[in-house]
Design a binder for this molecule. Structure first.
Ligand code: ADP
Length: 732
């Protein structure tokens, strides 16, 4: 019996080994081991092995045979899963039924229990193989075989005890260890297959990877940590023109990078290596064997060993030379187009400006013509109309005086317009220069106040100076005539555009600036016109129905003058309530002040009679000669006249007792300036007073430079002429 047990055991062991090989070849290696057909096939083969096991039992007690089917079926459930195991169980149960005998029920039950436990274990402990597999196999083996012992209850009573006794020891010593051993063997098979497969995969992917690198149309080069080339592909060789042996193990940078770039590129390379981070894009030039250079866009990948240490740098690149050239070309073309565009834009702007200028000048021309026509015709109408009326013999003395006043006012109005026009055209042509002199600001304001007081009062307006400068601050260095012209203009407007209330003005000092202001309670200016009124010929109400005379030039002249003085002018206003005009100019302190005879406010005594004066009047215009003669005849009975410079020179030579020459500047042949220079060569004492119809800034300086004593502008202002004759004639 012992021999039969041993033999049975050996046979069973061999069969179980065969079973384990079945796992290796039929299950693990078959890629399609999950197919139903395969599962059925495996089930049938396991069932067949079970049959073989049952055919090679060992007999414990006559009629009671044992084999290791419980081991195999439970392991089958665990490793192969439900379908193959259920099929195998069905076959084996059927066969056990067919064999029959006393142990038939127990035999069938053992098959059923072993398979079920294997299947359930696989399902409910899915990680059994990965954690503590030995323990798992042991516990399952114990469970299966404890239940096998319990199955002895299904034996006939007469053999139950004896069988139980007979199988306890083999169960513990053989069946449970056999379960553990068989399971362990199959796990090993599974693991070694997994490892083999992983290795195969690794080799395959490495083969594929190097195949790709070798054959791909990518420039591929591997560098070690010193920059030595350890690998490059055929494409790299084709493009660069080197052979493999010429460059492997050589330093990449000294072969492919231009000398001046080597240091920088090598530094970048070491940085990538040390930072241990892939740098995805890197573009640079590399030199081919024939010396040409190509532009490459690289993708850099750091290769690490199993410990994660970087050992190589793989550089995969594309030759983008053509693209770069194309881009450069495009950039250049773009630049040219941009430049051309800029040129066109500039031309456009210039054209626009020219167009606007043309339109503006057209507009101005029309405005100018309409305005001028109106502004000149109105006073001319007065002058000519009343001059005609004056011829009427029936006029009373009072009427004559009234008409003469009207003619005078109209003449003054004409003169204002002409002066404005001359100023604006001189500003336009850049002829006006700034002539700083010492100016007494307070005196200048007083003069303007006195000048406008009668006009303001005649309109029922009060006029005041609010702010004078302190005595110590009143002297400044600036262009007196310009400040005077600007302030005059603003006060004149304030009176002109006010019907009631007051006009006040003044000057305050703010740090290095002088701020002049003029306030009125007049008609005001709409907000949208506050800027534009400083433009030429701009009037808030340019219509003919406007009640206010003017050509719209005063403020534009004022603005130009203030700008020349380095300042700014602006206005605030409320329609119907009044306006405030401000202008600021730099305040440069001056120490003393020179008197300016032009605005000299000395109360001259025009009644002084100097009938012994001998005066020479020089003018090529007959009307001017007559007027001048009339104006000065009260000072002398001895008046000489000349119609050009040469005549004047000759007359002075012949009459050294002439006291005063009233000399026109613009004359034919020898002009007034030249005549003065020549007279001064032989007569330094004679008083020469220049007279000119230009009335321009700078005339005075020019005449004084030539040797004149003073200057008076045409049309002649009687009071001023009186003052000059009185001043220069006294004591002669
Ligand atoms: P104008 O000879 O017409 O007075 P200006 O250049 O001096 O020319 O002024 C331009 C316009 O600005 C005037 O026509 C007038 O409409 C407006 N303006 C100037 N000053 C005042 C003021 N103080 N009050 C109201 N309107 C003014």
């Amino acid at each position: 019996m012992t021999g039969s047990i041993l033999l049975g055991l050996l046979q069973n062991t061999a069969i179980l080994l065969a079973f384990s090989m079945l796992y290796d070849s039929l299950y693990i290696k078959r890629e399609d081991h999950w197919s139903v057909f395969n599962k059925v096939l495996i089930g049938v083969v396991i069932g067949a092995i079970g049959v073989v096991l049952m055919l090679t039992p060992w007999t414990l007690i006559p009629g009671i045979t044992f084999d290791t089917r419980s081991v195999m079926i439970s392991i089958s459930g665990l490793f192969f899963g439900a379908i193959p195991t259920i099929i195998a169980m069905a076959i084996d149960i059927a066969f056990r039924w067919y064999i029959g005998g006393d142990g038939v029920w127990m035999g069938m039950m053992v098959i059923l229990l072993s398979g079920s436990i294997g299947i359930l274990w696989r399902n409910f402990r899915p990680y059994w193989m990965h954690a503590n597999s030995l323990k798992e196999l042991m516990v399952m083996g114990i469970l299966v075989h404890v239940l096998m012992l319990a199955s002895t209850l299904l034996l006939p009573e007469k053999i139950f005890i004896s069988t139980l006794k007979a199988i306890v020891i083999p169960l513990v010593l053989v069946y449970i260890p056999a379960t553990v051993l068989l399971g362990t063997l199959m796990i090993r098979q599974y693991n070694s297959w997994q490892n083999k497969r992983a290795k195969e995969h690794l080799l395959e992917s490495e083969r594929r990877f190097s195949e790709i690198l070798r054959s791909a149309n990518l420039l591929t080069v591997l560098l070690d940590n010193e920059g030595k080339i350890t690998f490059c592909n055929q494409h790299f060789l084709n493009i660069t023109g080197y052979s493999y042996s010429e460059i492997t193990d050589k330093n990449y940078f000294s072969i492919f990078i231009e000398k001046i770039d080597q240091e920088r590129t090598l530094k970048a390379f070491h940085e990538i290596f040390n930072q241990n981070a892939n740098r995805e894009d890197y573009d640079n030039n590399i030199i081919k064997k024939n010396g040409e250079s190509i532009f490459v866009a690289w993708n850099l990948i750091l290769l690490k060993n199993i410990e994660g240490k970087v050992h190589s740098l793989a550089a995969l690149g594309i030759d983008i030379t053509d693209r770069k050239k194309y881009e450069l070309n495009l950039l250049q073309k773009n630049k040219i187009i941009r430049e051309q565009n800029n040129k066109y834009r500039q031309m456009n702007t210039e054209l626009m400006v020219a167009k606007e200028k043309a339109e503006e000048s057209e507009r101005l021309k029309s405005a100018f013509l309409a305005n001028m026509s109106h502004e000149i015709r109105t006073p001319m109408n007065g002058i000519l109309g009343f001059a005609h009326l004056l011829q009427s013999p029936e006029l009373t003395g009072d009427e004559m005086q009234d008409y003469l006043k009207i003619i005078q006012t109209s003449g003054n109005r004409m003169l204002n317009i002409i002066n404005d026009l001359i100023d604006i055209s001189r500003i336009e042509s850049g002829l006006i220069t700034v002539n700083p002199t010492q100016v007494d600001v307070n005196e200048l304001m007083n003069f303007i106040y006195n000048f406008f007081k009668p006009e303001a009062e005649s309109k029922g307006l009060t006029i005041t100076i609010n702010d004078h400068l302190p005595q110590t601050e009143k002297l400044i260095l600036t262009d007196k005539e310009k400040v005077y012209a600007v302030l005059m203009n603003l006060v004149k407007n304030a009176i002109k555009y006010s019907q009631k209330g007051s006009v006040d003005f003044g000057c305050t000092k703010k740090e290095n600036l002088l701020q002049f202001y003029v306030n009125d309670n007049g008609i005001g200016i709409p907000d949208d016109k506050l800027e534009s009124i400083f433009g030429r010929f701009v009037q808030v109400d340019p219509s003919f129905s406007s009640n206010y005379e003017g050509a719209g030039l005063g403020l534009s002249i004022a603005k130009a003058y203030v700008a020349m003085l380095g300042g700014k002018i602006h206005a605030k206003s409320e329609l119907g309530k009044g306006s405030q005009f401000f202008f600021e100019i730099p305040c440069i302190k001056a120490e003393s002040i020179a008197k300016d005879p032009v605005i000299d406010n000395v109360n001259s005594n025009t009644d002084i009679k100097m009938s012994n004066l001998k005066i020479l009047i020089t003018d090529d215009d007959e009307v001017s000669l007559i007027l001048m003669t009339k104006l000065i005849q009260k000072y002398t009975k001895d008046i000489l006249t000349a119609v050009n410079g040469q005549e004047a020179i000759d007359l002075v030579k012949e009459n050294p007792d002439i006291n005063i020459i009233l000399l026109d500047i613009k004359m034919p042949e020898v002009n007034g300036l030249e005549a003065t220079r020549q007279i001064r060569l032989f007569n330094k004492d004679i008083v020469i007073i220049a007279q000119t119809a230009y009335a321009m800034v700078g005339d005075r300086e020019q005449t004084l430079d030539a040797g004149c004593d003073d200057y008076i502008s045409k049309p002649l202002n009687k009071e001023k002429l009186d003052r000059l004759i009185t001043r220069y004639g006294a004591g002669r």
